[in-house]
Design a protein around this ligand. Structure first.
Ligand code: SF4
Length: 294
């Protein structure tokens, strides 16, 4: 039996840096509030909770004052910073530098195009924390499109500026961009490819990886956007792909008739969780082998 972990899977640098900042702060204080899950992975959130990280939602944040709050890699809209300023909240800003740069681009672009009434479009998931942060840079005016099917929401009488949530797939982004090009005949259209290559570069790699095994076990939190997207790619290449969030979800029936298992995950999946799955499978096969030799 071959069991292999995809070497390209595991945390991206944005998540690594956010966790580093959380752990560094928790060495100086017992408790640190984090606005939203620091990473879309329950096992990692639980590990940090044991160290003193407390996850809060926006509702709770807006009742707080005189404390310290960590902003995760997804970033936040300007209103979150404004509330902190007014309520003596020290922010540990772990917004990923890639997201931060994107927020600045959108904010600047929105200010510069006020005179021509340009329409800002974000290709992304409605309600996703990063998307909320991006829409916030336009005072809530940007529209969010999840796919080309929603293109009728676009006003084709105004100039258009298209951006993407960093973790969306490039293919979907290009489909939307092409459809906008086709329809925006008499208005200026600017396409800003802002898909993060930490995710985009994993797509060809995960395609190749998935094709090599009898079974793919994809490990990710349910809430991870890029987890869902990368898993869909695994499934399109290898129909025998299974999504799990923890090792307990593995069904032994899956591995009865396969001779190789590939283990991979999202940018929010800790490497140690992938290793735990690989070790669990190895132990199972060793036991089976020993039983057969009896
Ligand atoms: S996926 Fe890219 S943009 Fe998002 S946190 Fe990771 S490095 Fe940053």
């Amino acid at each position: 039996m071959i069991i292999e972990i995809d070497k390209n899977s595991g945390f991206c640098f944005g998540v690594v840096e956010a966790i580093r900042k959380a752990e560094e702060t928790l060495q100086q204080q017992d408790v640190l509030y984090c606005l939203g899950d620091i990473v879309h992975n329950d096992a990692e959130v639980k590990r940090l909770t044991r160290k003193g990280l407390i996850t809060i939602d926006h509702e709770r944040y807006l009742t707080m004052k005189d404390t310290t709050v960590l902003l995760r890699a997804h970033g936040e809209p300007p209103s979150t910073y404004e509330y902190a300023r007014q309520n003596n909240i020290r922010l540990i800003d772990a917004t990923c530098p890639v997201v931060l740069k994107l927020q600045q681009r959108i904010r600047k672009g929105h200010e510069l195009t006020k005179s021509n009434n340009a329409q800002f479009i974000i290709f992304g998931k409605k309600g996703h924390a990063e998307v909320n942060g991006l829409v916030g840079q336009t005072n809530g005016k940007a529209i969010v499109l999840e796919s080309t099917e929603e293109i009728d929401k676009v006003d084709f009488t105004r100039p258009i500026e298209l951006y993407s949530q960093t973790t969306k797939d490039l293919e979907g982004f290009h489909l939307l961009a092409d459809e906008l090009k086709r329809r925006a005949i008499n208005v200026p259209l600017k396409i800003h490819d802002t898909v993060c290559r930490q995710v985009a570069n994993r797509i060809p790699a995960i395609r190749k990886f998935s094709a090599r095994f009898g079974l793919i076990i994809f490990v990710s939190g349910q809430k991870s956007s890029n987890g869902k997207m990368l898993f869909d790619i695994c499934q399109s290449v290898n129909h025998n792909s299974k999504f799990i969030s923890s090792i307990e979800e593995i069904d032994i029936q899956w591995i009865k008739d396969v001779d190789s298992v590939g283990i991979c995950g999202a940018t929010s999946t800790p490497k140690n969780l992938l290793e735990e799955v690989a070790e669990g499978l190895s132990r199972y096969f060793c036991f089976e082998w020993a039983e057969m030799l009896k």
